[in-house]
Ligand binder design. Structure first.
Ligand SMILES: CC(C)(COP(=O)(O)OP(=O)(O)OC[C@H]1O[C@@H](n2cnc3c(N)ncnc32)[C@H](O)[C@@H]1OP(=O)(O)O)[C@@H](O)C(=O)NCCC(=O)NCCS
Length: 170
């Protein structure tokens, strides 16, 4: 028997998605960040995947960014970094998140990239387990500090102590 997951369309972000991924105001503050991700897509650096269902719309997303070798992450090779990973609450716990992570593996392999990193908030214990089941392991603590310019032009700082997690694709 087919599952509703079979009818989810997973595709790259379009410019017209930008207002929609603000999720009715919950993520409006990241407007410029998302615009930058879209520019990254046009430049070939970012691979923002969107999950969409017919007649419903966007229900999830996962953004991958290809990074150049860096001494703190991968000194010898380019690597991928996952960000803005989320599924709408109504659609959670049914396998979509796992499917999106699988797509990241395939995207990385296609680009000959073997290492994927992400930051998992320390408070998000269930999510850490979810990533561990998917093959990620925590490699070190990360202060989780970053700054960005919000939709009103204000500089905002976020502090969310996290685990830096890594998966190697075999
Ligand atoms: C993290 C997140 C993206 C996962 O998405 P998801 O679609 O719920 O992921 P999955 O359904 O693949 O897996 C989640 C759970 O469902 C279980 N599951 C997987 N396939 C399933 C299926 N077919 N039927 C029932 N349960 C399933 C998984 O084992 C997992 O179990 P857990 O709750 O014990 O961890 C989602 O919970 C989310 O958006 N959270 C809020 C934002 C967030 O924390 N993002 C991560 C930032 S680091």
């Amino acid at each position: 028997m087919g599952s509703w997951l079979d009818s989810v369309n997973i595709r790259l972000m379009r410019e017209s998605d930008l207002p929609i991924i603000e999720w009715d105001g919950e993520y409006t503050r990241y407007r410029k960040v998302y615009r930058e991700v879209y520019r990254g897509l046009l430049a070939g650096r970012a691979i923002p995947w969107i999950a969409e269902v017919n007649h419903i719309g966007i229900i999830g997303q996962i953004f991958l960014t290809e990074k150049n070798p860096h001494p703190d992450y991968c000194p010898d090779q380019s690597y991928m970094f996952i960000s803005s990973f989320r599924v709408k609450p109504l659609y959670r716990n049914q396998g979509l998140g796992t499917l999106l992570l699988k797509i990241c593996d395939i995207t990385s392999s296609d680009r000959n990239i073997r290492s994927i990193f992400l930051n998992c908030a320390k408070t998000n214990r269930r999510c850490k387990k979810f990533y561990e089941r998917d093959g990620f392991s925590a490699i070190r603590e990360d202060p989780g500090k970053w700054t960005y310019i919000d939709h009103q032009g204000n500089i905002r700082e976020e502090n969310e102590p996290a685990w830096l997690m890594k998966k190697t694709i075999v």
